[in-house]
Design a protein around this ligand. Structure first.
Ligand code: NAD
Length: 247
């Protein structure tokens, strides 16, 4: 199969980073399955705007839905080359507020940020390893590397995703499937919609960052696509944070 005929599934691609990944892959000639659990209209519009894409509504935290989503990609295009596990959620909870980070919050966040990535990848393996090998890119966070982030359950979920990336890379390398992750710093997306004081906070972060700006969804999409294409990189967690880790 030629590169032009590759197929990608991008979870949580109705907005923000996932949408930018879908657009960038499509611009490179990849056929794309756009997905979200909600925001159906935005997902359908994005798919309609791309040259060759379909939208599939599915909640990747639900195992049957994750399987159905992967099957829909294969049924539509006959193959699957790239899986981007981008769907994610958080709760903004002060790290000292232990009561607010309840077991319910832990379960909710980990079901999407960890278990969904696991079950979507597992459902995709047999398809990714066909046709000469495929690639998984997980969208993680710098909060999974450093002791910060929107809440402790969120940061821990991304640390788990980073380790899952390495463990799966070790298992899937022999069958020709690479597994990597991108760990974004602060990225200006709808993730922060409605969060009070966020515009000012972004300005303050930008002033301190070595690159003097917060990231864009396109910055992350670039790194995701680079890792999806890199033939000899696996098990890598790539920080894309404008130099934030240097502070
Ligand atoms: P966003 O809110 O714009 O996008 C999140 C997407 O995930 C949406 O399309 C949403 O519909 C989808 N989604 C959520 N739960 C889902 C589910 N159960 N099934 C299917 N889709 C689901 O935010 P974003 O900033 O683009 O976030 C994308 C990823 O980037 C997340 O994994 C997030 O943790 C990560 N991230 C974001 C930042 C940032 O600063 N924005 C920083 C680090 C990491």
């Amino acid at each position: 199969m030629s590169k032009e005929q590759r197929v990608a599934l991008v979870t949580g691609s109705s907005s923000g980073i996932g949408a930018a990944v879908a657009r960038r892959l499509a611009a490179a000639g990849v056929r794309v399955v756009v997905n979200s659990a909600n925001s159906v209209e935005a997902g359908e519009k994005l798919a309609a705007d791309l040259p060759d894409a379909v939208y599939v509504r599915a909640n990747v935290a639900d195992e049957a839905d994750a399987k159905r989503l992967v099957q829909a990609a294969v049924d539509t295009y006959g193959r699957l080359d790239i899986l981007v596990n981008n769907a994610g959620i958080t709760r903004f909870i002060d790290h000292g507020d232990f009561e607010a980070a309840s077991p319910e919050v832990w379960r909710e966040i980990n079901e999407v940020n960890v278990i969904a990535a696991w079950q979507t990848t597992v459902a995709a393996i047999e398809h990714l390893k066909a046709d000469g090998g495929g690639s998984v890119v997980n969208v993680s966070s710098q909060a999974g590397i450093y002791a910060n982030g929107s809440s402790i359950p969120y940061a821990v979920s991304k640390a788990a995703l980073n380790h899952m990336t390495r463990l799966l890379a070790k298992q899937l390398g022999p069958v020709g499937v690479r597994v990597n992750a991108v760990a974004p710093g602060l990225i200006d997306t709808p993730w922060y919609n409605g969060l009070e004081g966020m515009d000012k906070a972004m300005e303050e972060v930008a002033e301190r960052l070595p690159m003097r700006r917060v990231g864009t969804a396109e910055d992350i999409a670039e790194a995701v696509c680079d890792l999806a294409n890199a033939s000899y990189i696996t098990g890598e967690v790539l920080l894309v944070d404008g130099g934030g880790h240097l502070l």
